[in-house]
Design a protein. Structure first.
Length: 210
């Protein structure tokens, strides 16, 4: 919506204490939900596809084959996100190492996709402008970048295209401005609540607030 300059209002909720009104409009109990003309739409990809159909400019390729391939790489997001979270949503150093052993094969698939699908120097998945694939992956790069400050795994160092893509997304105001200003504090609290391995490295004030 930010890329398309759509006017919208945001209501944030506590996902640990979901209000009844939210559960009534979110069949899966998940965010985001977009209410359009009183009709709720749910699931991130469905919302993004709806907006791309309704509001210019198109963030999917115009060519049907290219568009289908982009949608396929958007469908790969859960696998990729699981690879990253398998590193930082862990409770011991051993689990971190196990996650690091598993993650490269999924990151490698994305590295190959960027090389094959883009055909230019980027900096985004499709080229110089953001597309829906960028929007789908950006939140997970944000979380991993935060965790990487403390874990220093170097996971992306072997994948220069993915690393450069992540850097470009995290330097883009459309991405960084799409979360609350205290996003990192909230994510840190989440890591502490989960009793993750990384929690021990977080600011003492964050843990005290819990």
């Amino acid at each position: 919506m930010r890329a398309k300059e759509v006017e919208f209002d945001v209501t944030y909720i506590n996902l640990r204490e979901k209000p009844d009104w939210f559960l009534e409009i979110s069949p899966h109990g998940k965010v985001p939900v977009l209410v359009v003309g009183g009709e709720p739409l749910f699931e991130s990809n469905a919302i993004a596809e709806f907006l791309d159909e309704m509001v210019p400019p198109r963030l999917h390729p115009e060519d049907p084959i290219d568009r289908a391939r982009h949608r396929a790489w958007t469908d790969f997001v859960p696998d990729f996100a699981k690879a990253l979270s398998g590193v930082y949503y862990t409770r011991t150093r051993e689990e971190v190492d196990e996650g690091l052993a598993q993650a490269p094969r999924r990151v490698a698939r994305l590295e190959e996709a960027i090389e094959r699908e883009r055909g230019n120097d980027g900096p985004f998945f499709r080229g110089k402008t953001l597309c829906l694939v960028d929007a789908a992956y950006a939140p997970f790069f944000q979380r991993f970048a935060f965790a990487e400050r403390y874990l220093e795994t170097g996971l992306l160092d072997s994948f220069p295209l993915v690393k450069a893509w992540s850097g470009a997304l995290l330097a883009e105001e459309l991405v960084t401005g799409s979360v609350v200003s205290h996003f990192e504090d909230e994510f840190a609290k989440n890591l502490v609540r989960r009793e993750t391995y990384i929690a021990q490295f977080l600011d003492a004030g964050t843990q005290a607030a819990e």
